[in-house]
Ligand binder design. Sequence first.
Ligand SMILES: [Zn+2]
Length: 168
Amino acid sequence: MGLKQIRQRGDDILGKKAKLVAEITPKILDLLDDMKQTLEANDGVGIAAPQVGILRRIALVSHDDQFYEMVNPEIIEREGEQLCNEACLSVPNLCGDIMRPFKVVIKATNRHGEEYTVTGEEQMASILCHELDHLDGVLFIDSATNIRPLDEEELRERKRYRRKRINS
Ligand SMILES: [Zn+2]
């Protein structure tokens, strides 16, 4: 158990489709714990199993007091659209704009094997879509426009945001 190394853009595994989790085993529970630790250590809002080198359909999202462990997540509803500014732990120091639904509803299984749904709007919808894309081997940068370095101000903004989340 412990921190995992984040795979970086250019690593083949990030382009592969992850496999469904057939059963929540102790190994999957360990993976969920490791991913949470890795997400927190990297100040991220989301992480998907392929980013730590595991091709399983698992993603974690931590945003605005909300934390979700999603096993086998799938989008069951999408509504509207919005242009989102995104960045990624696997694509360091770059951000870009990408079209996402304004609202999504995700169906997933939690660590106890229970099915639940998550509804996300605005930034939450963008984070959810971004993480689910990782499970299909898709990086935001593959279709983003206006790709640019994360400047000081954006980095500060992201950090401030995370502090708010951590403190709340
Ligand atoms: Zn990402």
